[in-house]
Design a binder for this molecule. Structure first.
Ligand code: GLP
Length: 241
């Protein structure tokens, strides 16, 4: 694992956007795995600015997001689908048929998970996966547990995650208690992985995911067994390294 420690959130976001942009230059039809949350927002903003300056082209790129809240429709204001359109897709030249998120309001969740997994495989797998990390070490919505899902699945969110994500909702009660998340193997099969973390509240999770031990109690620790991971943190998130 390569560790890059940037001074602050702005320089972390800049480096992240350059890494994504260079992936699309090296392989214009790249399959990107994308993440939501606060952390990648700066990266998305920089990529939008680069697109406006014609420095990056997304017309041949395909993207798959990590997860979606179960029960929320694509147009729900707090869905990850809305987040991705508002913060990224609406501002770049990716055709709508080339970005995918799990369908949160599906009537058949088993088949939705299976189909999502299949679509990723048909696209040739993920070339470049962007990840954030939960304070509890989750990646996607793969929460710490005795065992982890291999493939895309419906998952229960932990109270800690519901609490952390309630900042985007009017109340704790409104946060969906379940999500559809791609599995650990789906992430681990990505050819390259870029994990972003910013702020002191992530420092403990970052220390644990680089501890030299692998445990399902810290899902991100499994990334230590992947051969091409860049861990990109700011000084605050990296302060225990
Ligand atoms: C959510 C997402 C994760 C993300 C995490 C961290 O739980 N499902 O993919 O990495 O939040 O979010 P933030 O960047 O807002 O701290």
């Amino acid at each position: 694992m390569r560790i890059i420690i940037e001074k602050d959130y702005n320089s972390l976001s800049k480096t992240a956007s350059l890494l994504v942009a260079s992936q699309t230059v090296l392989k214009p039809d790249s399959v990107l795995g994308l993440a939501t949350g606060s952390t990648p927002l700066g990266m998305y903003n920089n990529l939008i600015e680069m697109y406006k300056r014609k420095e990056v082209d997304f017309s041949k790129v395909t993207t798959f997001n990590l997860d979606e809240y179960y029960g929320l429709s694509a147009n729900h204001p707090q869905s990850y689908n809305t987040y991705m359109r508002e913060n990224f897709f609406d501002h770049i030249n990716i055709p709508p048929s080339q970005f995918y998120l799990p369908k949160g309001d599906t009537e058949n969740v088993t088949s939705e998970c299976y189909k999502y997994e299949e679509k990723i495989a048909q696209a040739g797998g993920i070339d470049f996966q962007v990840l954030g990390i939960g304070e509890n070490g989750h990646i996607g919505f793969n929460e710490p547990d005795e065992s982890l899902n291999v493939q895309t699945n419906l998952v229960d969110l932990t109270p800690q995650t519901i609490q952390a994500n309630s900042r985007f909702f009017d109340s704790f009660e409104e946060v969906p208690k379940q999500a559809i998340s791609i599995g650990i193997a789906t992430i681990m099969k990505a050819k390259k992985i870029l994990l972003l973390a910013s702020g002191e509240n992530k420092a403990e999770a970052i220390a644990q995911m680089t501890s030299g031990y692998v445990t399902t109690k810290v899902p991100a620790s499994l990334l230590q067994t992947h051969q091409d991971v860049i861990l990109l943190v700011d000084e605050k998130a990296g302060k225990l390294l």
